[in-house]
Design a binder for this molecule. Structure first.
Ligand code: SF4
Length: 314
């Protein structure tokens, strides 16, 4: 499956997309697949390792990592380590709907602006009303993460595209921690049930639901390194602190984000009433990324809190 990437912001759908699947507190009875959605950040890594240590169960059949092709090098190194066979007692399956960075460059070169189908906008910022920063509609998470993951789960369950799958066939673990509880939600598909085992830890009388800090402590206590936050290098949801960390610890990845930021500047923003040209930016200050003072407290986005459950940042 090849995802398309467009700088267009299509009109909102007339009817909101409904979440038809469930959300389970504990294992889903009768599920045919038990899968860990591996974003490869702190929370999903902790989840995978806690399962490996027998602290959360039943053991997942596999973890699934949706590769956008634009994660920092350290995230790929971390996924290689988790997939090595020496760390987790279950396999890590990698799926991809294409390389979001390459797709972006293809669109910018004018080769594939008209996709005739789905557009996969990243939430880049442009000038909204009164000149204030306004994000484009985000579709990248769905196109590059949710859809390839769901397609693989469907294939593993033995169903063809669009074939009806019995309800609650797949239990999907999501690494949402207490401090990001706003992201916890049911699945969109009725054959998937989301489970949030880090929140379930409060069932244990000796534990509370785990926060990101708790996850970091758990990793250190067990002798593991704390991984960096996973997200595309140029993700507009990165906070100033995250961007500064990327710049200081991974200059090549930060340079990649700066290059993408420069490349999207002459983007075309299309709204329901027609087409207008608008400049696009990664940072909500509407400044070129390499000119933003990242020492300030101003955050570049919502710190991934509004990103979907498919693994961005987790
Ligand atoms: S990390 Fe950011 S840019 Fe990448 S898919 Fe997720 S929301 Fe989109």
């Amino acid at each position: 499956m090849t995802a398309s990437f467009s700088l267009t912001s299509p009109p909102a759908p007339k009817t909101p997309r409904l979440r038809r699947g469930g959300w389970s507190w504990g294992p889903v009875e009768g599920a045919k697949l038990r899968v860990l959605s591996l974003g490869a950040g702190v929370q999903s890594t902790t989840l995978a390792l806690m399962a490996a240590h027998g602290e959360i169960g039943p053991m997942p059949d596999f973890a699934i990592f949706a590769d956008t092709g634009a994660e920092p090098a350290a995230v790929y190194e971390h996924v290689r380590w988790l997939s090595s066979g020496n760390v987790l007692p279950f396999p890590v399956v990698t799926v991809s709907a294409g390389n979001i960075r390459d797709d972006l460059h293809t669109i910018l070169s004018g080769q594939a602006v008209s996709t005739g189908g789905r557009a996969a906008s990243a939430p880049f910022y442009t000038h909204g009303r009164n000149g204030a920063a306004a994000p484009l509609r985000r579709q990248c998470t769905s196109a590059y993460k949710i859809e390839p993951i769901n397609a693989e789960l469907r294939r593993m369950l033995g169903y063809r595209p669009r074939q009806r799958i019995p309800a609650a066939s797949a239990e999907v673990w999501i690494g949402i921690s207490q401090d990001e509880i706003i992201r916890a939600a049911p699945a969109f598909e009725n054959w998937i049930v989301n489970r949030h085992p880090l929140l379930e830890q409060s069932k244990d009388p000796h534990r509370d639901a785990m926060t990101r800090w708790d996850c970091e402590q758990w990793l250190r206590r067990h002798g593991y390194e704390v991984p960096m936050k996973s997200a595309c290098t140029f993700c507009p949801y990165r906070t100033n602190a995250e961007l500064a960390r990327l710049r200081d610890t991974s200059p090549a990845d930060f340079a990649d984000a700066v290059a993408i930021d420069a490349a999207i500047r002459p983007g075309i923003v299309r709204n329901a009433k027609g087409t207008m040209t608008g400049q696009l930016y990664i940072h909500r200050s509407l400044k070129p990324l390499d000119q933003v003072d990242l020492r300030t407290d101003e955050e570049a986005g919502q710190g991934m809190l509004m990103v979907c459950e498919a693994g961005c940042g987790l």
